[in-house]
Design a protein around this ligand. Structure first.
Ligand code: HEC
Length: 299
């Protein structure tokens, strides 16, 4: 009887040990998964921010070998152990997690998980991104926009480039582009739709009186006008100091009408208090008059 119990305990213990020492296997079909888009410097930058917020606490700063002392060790993702894995493997591990690493499936949207992969790959000089499958089979135009601000002319120059069939990048002519500025509620279009010229350029005049923030910065976005969705496009967003500096209350300002966390505007408080005082004053005046009448009738 005793021996049998001991045997069970031994089986459980060894089972537990092998379980925790288990290597983290990624299913073959997941290994072959590639990102749905080409990684851009912008995605790598965004990926860095997301990494610093969500991963650095355990994995440390990339390439610095200063990961948290956990079991199993998280390791430095800039190093060979992580870098020799496919994009699909990295993406799967980020998505699925493994205790103590959280599963990021519901924490970060799919795009952001790929941006982290894009960032992790910047630490591998030998990395060449596999062709995104969705793009390889896509027959339409694949257009990426960029923006520059020409200071003396107050003009925004939009550049459209396009992925060519031979894998190279070329200038994209004949693309309809739109320009928007960010306002309190949503985006406002600036000027008309413009078509890029043979150099892939479209130039937008910028209204001089458009209000910006305190320093005159305006957030500008450019997008392709493609109502029939025949292209795959990447918009661009940037902040330029082209607006008239304005000190307007922002969405989170404490005394704005729409503010959810702050106080009501002063004039509302004053009007309200005043009307309350007047009503009560009137009530007291009537009470006082009644008392006076009673005194008079008594006397
Ligand atoms: C709570 C700590 C923790 C956090 C936060 C965390 N990880 Fe991990 N991660 C780990 C541990 C521990 C392992 C090792 C797991 C194993 O080997 O069984 C690991 C393993 C990995 C691996 C596999 C590494 C390899 O060499 O095979 C990748 C890739 C990875 N993490 C990416 C990320 C990314 C990206 C984030 C942020 C989005 C992140 N992790 C956040 C703890 C963490």
């Amino acid at each position: 009887m005793r021996f049998k119990n001991l045997l069970i305990i031994i089986i459980i213990l060894t089972g537990g040990v092998t379980l925790s020492a288990q290597t983290w296997v990624v299913p073959d079909d997941q290994k072959a998964v590639v990102a749905p888009f080409k990684f851009t410097p912008d995605m790598q930058k965004q990926g860095e921010q997301i990494y610093l917020k969500n991963c650095q606490s355990c994995h440390g700063l990339m390439g610095k070998d200063n990961w948290a002392k956990l079991t199993p060790p998280p390791g430095d993702l800039a190093k060979e152990k992580a870098q020799k894995q496919t994009d699909g493997e990295l993406f799967y591990r980020i998505t699925a997690g493994k205790i103590p690493m959280p599963e990021f499936r519901n924490i970060l949207p799919e795009d952001e998980r790929w941006w982290i992969v894009a960032y992790i790959r910047t630490f591998n000089p030998n990395y060449v991104q596999p062709n995104p499958a969705a793009l390889a089979s896509f027959t339409g135009r694949i257009v990426t926009l960029a923006m520059q601000y020409s200071d003396p002319m107050k003009k925004i120059v939009v550049t459209a480039s396009e992925q060519l069939k031979d894998g190279k990048t070329g200038l994209a002519a004949g693309v309809e582009v739109m320009l928007f500025v960010k306002r309190f509620f949503g985006k406002m279009q600036v000027g008309d739709i413009k078509t890029t010229n043979a150099q892939g350029l479209a130039v937008f005049e910028f209204p001089a009186d458009l209000p910006g923030n305190k320093e005159g910065y305006v957030e500008v976005t450019t997008m392709v006008n493609d109502p029939k969705s025949q292209m795959k496009t990447t918009p661009a967003t940037a902040s330029f100091a082209i607006g008239a500096p304005t000190d307007k209350p922002s969405l989170t300002a404490t005394r704005a009408w729409w503010s959810t966390r702050g106080n009501a505007p002063v004039w509302i408080i004053l009007t309200y208090t005043l009307s309350v005082l007047i009503v009560w004053g009137f009530i007291f005046y009537i009470l006082f008059s009644i008392l006076k009448i009673r005194k008079l009738s008594n006397g």
